[in-house]
Design a protein around this ligand. Structure first.
Ligand SMILES: *Cc1c(COP(=O)(O)O)cnc(C)c1O
Length: 717
């Protein structure tokens, strides 16, 4: 496996004045620091674009002459020195909040397990919201200085890339990651060996290599079974995220849970808090019980110990989102956890027993809930829904006493805030405000920004979005030779000065992607009105196994081809972090219309709101607590939610009403200087409320105080 140095072995050597360039390029910290990004862009702007903003690839290709020139360019040197200084202070300075609250962790370390992490488009090891949340959590831990290590999977083929067939059927393509160009390196044990683990899986042993991703203070360790010691089918185990059949999924989860604990032990990391992000990582509990049993604890003592130090976050009220397996299947892969100790087989298997209406099965969420003393949902509403949904786990316990808290999700502000908005806030709130982004003093600074400046920033972001869409279209036209009508469906006729609604999320039935087409004639009138038209940009993938979702996607795509809508509805393929970034920066309104209460939180709306893109949403997930009356719009209709047909009709009507009577007129009502005063009032409130309340800064502080602190306080045995 390549180490950092191997990756640059064939590259031009660094000039003595720039010794830290490779170091900066291989620490993803650069990706959320505007100074570091500007530094790499300045180094060679065209190469920066050609390599899709991947500084590892860029430095591999740069000529010695070009590097020498940079070493003599005073403007570049100032940027370089500033980036080095900023990176070092991120790693070394104690954050004032941590100085005050760090004691609660008693010097311990948090191990954060997740099946996916979204960090940067150059590392495609995520599918969607769960991964973005995990990535944002780790980045924030670096800024606050929370001692945290992440554990996940290195999927050599990652998640699929989406292309659309001429009839709008989703095609899935997998690409192999080029290791040497990714920001990852082998992880080393304290005695200097490349770390590998041997995971017992049924009657065989699966080997996994361990990769390391650097995020300033935080390390992320990724398991990879694609190593020569493994049989071909075991090499494939970690090939793809959420690919394969049920048995592959179970074995992946065994490698993540059991292998993850083994990897931490081999790396010399001794966590005091074990945070399982979603049930996929539930087998951490099995492996830690095995450790306790091996050193002689009774099963009950072992379980009490493991529970006390385990934190579990559940992420969805949708039943299908909770993995469940046949007991025999679990036994086939994980029996080594209970060896042949009397009664242990029954005890271990009982931890996952749960009947969700299809007879008892081994349910990963039930395992995690029984194995963790600290449990939370991801919004206030989702906390309450979870207490109801899993009530059978706590028989005879009233809802208010069921041990599930709520910690509402947040997003990592430096990752998701557009540069024009960030610079604008800096002008009024002062440099360094990002590091105080949950300080309500920023509220007042936002009020001082003049309308003209705010509108200029918003307009620039919308124009950047359409430049991005156009270049993407050009590459589909040139490289994929798609037909002209598909270029129209992908946004060729969109106009950068028209009110733009964004709808981007995984395609799945409960999110109702087709709701806005409920009355096609009414929608057509809205989008094509002369003088104040509306355009809608869709994006999102359907899970490869979700047939109904693919049909929803196909119908949306066909609407994009329908001339009735005047070319004002478009679908952007291959939704990922990069597309998300442009959309949440550049749309005007962010639409979200799930079937309540199935959206546990949602985070794309938070990203949009802090960029001045107000939310237009059903009162589900974060919006149930985020809507204040003046920071966006609430789609609300009084119907019986069990009558889905009536609810869809009423929700669609409420959505059209809001668009017709408020959203559209407000956007197009302009002052003599061209600014939409009443519109900007909503924009400003959206930014103020989301920056402060829906950031990972606020979220992580809550995890530290409410979950990690108590989990660290239990005695470590
Ligand atoms: C933020 C994000 C999500 C999650 O957003 P939701 O509102 O939960 O759908 C999903 N995918 C990508 C690429 C994102 O950036």
């Amino acid at each position: 496996m390549p180490t950092i140095d191997d990756r640059f072995a064939a590259a031009a050597p660094l000039p003595p004045r720039l010794p830290r360039l490779h170091d900066l390029a291989t620490d993803l910290w650069w990706s959320w620091d505007t100074r570091a990004r500007a530094m790499f862009r300045h180094l060679d702007t065209s190469l920066w674009h050609q390599t899709s903003h991947n500084p590892v690839r860029m430095l591999q290709r740069m000529s010695a002459a070009r590097l020498q020139a940079a070493a003599q360019d005073p403007a570049f040197l100032a940027m370089y020195d500033e980036a080095v200084r900023a990176r070092d202070s991120e790693c070394e300075l104690t954050h004032p909040w941590w100085a005050e609250h760090g004691r609660t962790l008693k010097g311990g370390t948090v191990a954060y397990f997740s099946a996916e992490f979204a960090l940067h488009p150059s590392l495609p090891i995520y599918a969607g919201g769960l991964g973005v949340l995990a990535g944002d959590h780790c980045k924030e831990a670096s800024a606050l200085g929370v001692p945290l290590v992440g554990i996940g999977f290195m999927y050599p083929q990652g998640y699929f890339h989406q292309r659309m067939s001429p009839t709008g059927w989703q095609e899935e393509r997998y690409e192999r990651l080029t290791w040497t160009e990714a920001p990852i390196a082998a992880a080393f044990t304290p005695d200097g060996r490349a770390c590998t683990v041997q995971v017992p899986l049924g009657d065989r042993t699966v080997h996994a290599a361990v990769w390391c991703v650097r995020l300033a203070r935080v390390r992320l360790y990724l398991l990879d079974t694609d190593v020569p010691e493994n049989a071909p089918w075991d090499r494939e185990l970690s090939a793809r995220l959420y690919g394969g059949d049920r048995d592959t999924r179970l074995q992946q989860e065994a490698v993540l849970g059991v292998g993850g604990v083994l990897a931490l032990r081999a790396l010399g990391v001794s966590p005091t808090v074990w945070h399982l992000n979603e049930g996929h990582a539930g087998f951490v509990i099995f492996e830690r019980l095995r450790e306790c049993r091996d050193r002689g604890d009774s099963f009950d003592d072992a379980l009490a110990d493991v529970r006390a130090h385990t934190v579990f976050t559940t992420h969805t009220p949708v039943a299908a989102g909770h993995d469940a397996f046949a007991f025999a299947q679990v036994e086939r892969s994980l029996a080594s956890c209970w060896r042949d100790r009397d009664g242990d087989r029954e005890h271990f298997l009982a931890l996952g027993a749960y009947d969700n209406g299809h007879g008892p099965q081994f349910n990963m969420t039930a395992l995690a809930m029984r194995g963790a003393a600290h449990i939370n949902g991801v919004s206030q509403l989702h906390g309450a829904v979870t207490r109801d949904m899993w009530a059978p786990l706590w028989p005879d316990t009233p809802a208010s006493a069921r041990p599930v808290r709520a910690i509402t999700n947040g997003v990592h502000v430096p990752t998701w805030l557009a540069t024009p908005i960030s610079e604008l806030i800096t002008r009024y709130a002062g440099a360094g405000w990002l590091d105080r982004n949950d300080d309500s003093a920023i509220w007042d600074a936002l009020l001082e920004i003049p309308d003209g400046e705010l509108w200029a920033a918003r307009t620039r972001q919308r124009h950047d979005l359409f430049a991005f869409i156009r270049e993407r279209l050009r590459s589909r036209w040139v490289d994929d030779h798609v037909t002209p009508n598909r270029i129209v469906a992908a946004g060729a006729m969109l106009d950068p000065d028209v009110l733009t609604i964004g709808y981007a999320r995984r395609f799945t039935a409960y999110k109702r992607p087709e709701l806005i087409f409920h009355d096609a004639e009414r929608l057509a009138r809205l989008v094509t009105r002369i003088g104040r038209p509306v355009q809608i940009v869709f994006a999102g993938k359907a899970h490869p196994a979700d047939e109904p979702a693919k049909h929803h996607l196909q119908r949306v795509f066909q609407h994009c081809l329908d001339p009735t809508f005047g070319g004002r509805i478009a679908f952007i393929d291959d939704y990922d972090m990069l597309v998300a970034r442009y959309l949440v920066h550049g749309c005007d309104v962010w639409l979200n219309n799930p079937r309540k209460p199935l959206e546990a939180s949602g985070t794309s709306g938070m990203k949009a709101a802090m960029n001045g893109v107000p939310h237009l949403s059903i009162g589900d997930g974060w919006w149930a607590e985020g809507y204040t009356g003046d920071n966006g719009w609430l789609i609300s209709a009084a119907t019986d939610p069990s009558d889905q047909t009536a609810t869809d009709a009423a929700d669609a009507d409420a959505l059209y009403m809001l668009l017709e009577t408020d959203v559209v007129p407000r956007f197009y009502a302009r002052e003599p200087d061209g600014t939409p005063r009443d519109w900007l009032r909503v924009v400003r409130q959206a930014m103020r409320t989301s920056l402060v309340r829906f950031s990972t800064r606020r979220m992580l502080k809550q995890y530290v105080v409410e979950m990690y602190g108590p989990a660290s306080s239990a005695p470590v045995q």
